[in-house]
Design a protein around this ligand. Structure first.
Ligand SMILES: [Zn+2]
Ligand SMILES: [Zn+2]
Length: 127
C-alpha cells in the first residue's frame, strides 16, 4: 500500500510505500516551533521506501545533525531526519491525503507536553 501526502500549496509531495517503522506524537519544543503547532505526529518511514512526487522541500538544520524539511513556497513542515536515527525519515502525518490512514501508537518527549494539551490520545497506548 502506498500512502501519499502533500504540503498546503501542493508543490511538495511524497509517497510512502510499504510498512512504516512507527507512527507517533512528539511534544518536543523543536517540533512545536518547526510546525507552529502544540504537538506533531510523525510517520517514521524507512529510507529507500519513499519518494518525492513534487518539488523537494527546502532543508533547515535545526540543531547539529537534525534536519527539518519544509515547503519553500507555503512554509509547511514536511519531514524531520536526524543523524541519531539513520535509515529513516519522519514525515508529518497531517500532510497525508488521508491522515486517518495511520494510527499513532507512541508518544515522544512527553515531559515537554504543554499543560493544556491532553496527556492521552485515542489508540495511543504507550507513554
Ligand atoms: Zn507548499
Ligand atoms: Zn520532536
Amino acid at each position: 500500500m502506498t500512502l501519499k501526502g502533500h504540503c498546503l500549496c501542493g508543490a511538495v509531495g511524497f509517497a510512502l510505500g510499504g510498512p512504516h517503522n512507527w507512527v507517533g506524537h512528539c511534544h518536543c519544543d523543536s517540533c512545536r516551533r518547526g510546525a507552529g503547532a502544540p504537538i506533531v505526529t510523525f510517520i517514521g518511514h524507512p529510507d529507500g521506501e519513499w519518494r518525492w512526487t513534487g518539488k523537494e522541500p527546502a532543508v533547515f538544520e535545526s540543531s547539529p545533525g537534525n534536519r527539518r524539511g519544509f515547503c519553500a513556497t507555503c512554509g509547511a513542515s514536511v519531514f524531520y531526519a536526524s543523524d541519531s536515527t539513520p535509515g529513516e525519515t519522519h514525515f508529518h502525518a497531517a500532510l497525508l491525503d488521508d491522515p486517518a490512514a495511520v494510527q499513532p501508537t507512541e508518544i515522544d518527549h512527553a515531559h515537554e507536553r504543554l499543560r493544556w494539551m491532553p496527556e492521552h490520545y485515542p489508540g495511543c497506548g504507550k507513554l
